[in-house]
Each structure stands twice: as structure tokens, then as C-alpha cells.
Write a protein that binds this ligand. Structure first.
Ligand SMILES: Cc1cc2nc3c(=O)[nH]c(=O)nc-3n(C[C@H](O)[C@H](O)[C@H](O)COP(=O)(O)O)c2cc1C
Length: 180
């Protein structure tokens, strides 16, 4: 019911994303697809991905921010899986009405995303390409979970964010159950 598309190039070396993933992977109804584990050679199984999406009522994209964007395999997944006539365009209604939650971690701290910071622009300026990808496919856009300054967060702070992430997924599950 909740498809968690996880895109970390080195899952074994992840700290922030792994902590978040561990906090939610056993939520009832969650199916995790770790793209870099499934497709280390970028040979995405498009029918399998589309079937997983079709089963889901909620789609979660979780990953670290690399160069202000999702890691390349998730971008490739967008390119290969979200096809015209399936995800958008004429007859492309497969994702209509599903809810999309974006969960991303940054190295940069909130202050680095501002006029005096090294990333210059508020993080909200980097959101539109991902948000519009979901909206173009007629998915509902949920308030994202953006974990900033992930390297400096203590284990306790990360655990608290994991609990909040879990609370959000459980709420989404209840919402879609109530709507069906
Ligand atoms: C290739 C690369 C590009 C990155 N680009 C950004 C960036 O644009 N903005 C940012 O805040 N952090 C950037 N980072 C830092 C990562 O977002 C950070 O290491 C990650 O969120 C930590 O999560 P993890 O512990 O799950 O790996 C980058 C890291 C790498 C390796």
C-alpha cells in the first residue's frame, strides 16, 4: 500500500537515510524497493516498477540530496518508469490520486541554504522539479520531510526524525484506508 522507493548509492555507508529507513520499514503496508540494490547496473525493470507503483496508494521517494537533486538512479527511474501513456499524457492515469511523500537529507545545514550560505538559495528553491514530477503524474503532493545538516545531527536527533517519519506514514496509511 505504501511504496518506499529508496535511492542511496551506498546504502551500507548511509547514516541519515539508513536511520530513517530503519524507523519506518516495518510500518504495516510498507514495501521498500532499494533502487541501487535492485539495479546496480542501472538496468531498471520497468514492468516490475510499474506493477509496484500500481499496487501502492502512497509513493515515498527517499534519498540524500546530491547536487541539489535526487541521485542519478532515481532520476533514471523517473525517466524510464514514468512513461507517457502510463504516468502522464493521453491514457496516462496510472498514478492519478496516489499520494507522494518526498523524504530527503542534505549535508548543508538550514543556514547554508540562504543568501549568506554556500548554497545561496533557500532549500524551497530546489523543491519544484521533484514536486512538479509528482504533480505532472497527477499525484497528490504531501508536505516533504527534509532532514538538513544530516552530518551534524546526533543519533538522538535522527531517531526523533525517524519517529516523526513513522508517524507521518502511519497517518497516511490510516488516511488511505479510511478513503477506500
Ligand atoms: C555527490 C554528492 C553531492 C552532494 N550534494 C549535496 C548538495 O547539493 N546539497 C547538500 O546539502 N548536500 C549535498 N551532499 C551531502 C549529502 O546530501 C549528505 O552526505 C547525505 O544527505 C547524508 O545522508 P546519508 O548519511 O544517508 O548518506 C552531497 C554529497 C555527495 C556525495
Amino acid at each position: 500500500m505504501l511504496l518506499l522507493v529508496f535511492a542511496h548509492p551506498y546504502p551500507d555507508r548511509s547514516r541519515a537515510n539508513l536511520a530513517l529507513l530503519r524507523a519506518v520499514e516495518d510500518v504495516e503496508g510498507v514495501e521498500v524497493r532499494s533502487l541501487y540494490d535492485l539495479y546496480p547496473a542501472f538496468d531498471i525493470d520497468v514492468p516490475a516498477e510499474q506493477e509496484a507503483l500500481a499496487r501502492a496508494r502512497v509513493v515515498i521517494w527517499q534519498h540524500p540530496i546530491y547536487w541539489y537533486a535526487p541521485p542519478s538512479l532515481l532520476k533514471h527511474w523517473f525517466d524510464k518508469v514514468l512513461l507517457r501513456g502510463w504516468a502522464y499524457g493521453e491514457g496516462g492515469d496510472a498514478l492519478r490520486g496516489k499520494r507522494c511523500l518526498w523524504v530527503a537529507t542534505t549535508g548543508g545545514e538550514p543556514a547554508a541554504y540562504g543568501p549568506d550560505g554556500m548554497h545561496r538559495l533557500p532549500f524551497s528553491h530546489y523543491v519544484p522539479p521533484v514536486e512538479q514530477t509528482a504533480r505532472f503524474c497527477q499525484m497528490g503532493w504531501e508536505e516533504p520531510i527534509i532532514v538538513q545538516g544530516s552530518h551534524r545531527l546526533s543519533d538522538e536527533e535522527l531517531a526523533a526524525m525517524g519517529r516523526e517519519y513513522r508517524r507521518r506514514l502511519e497517518q497516511l496509511r490510516r488516511d488511505v484506508e479510511a478513503a477506500s
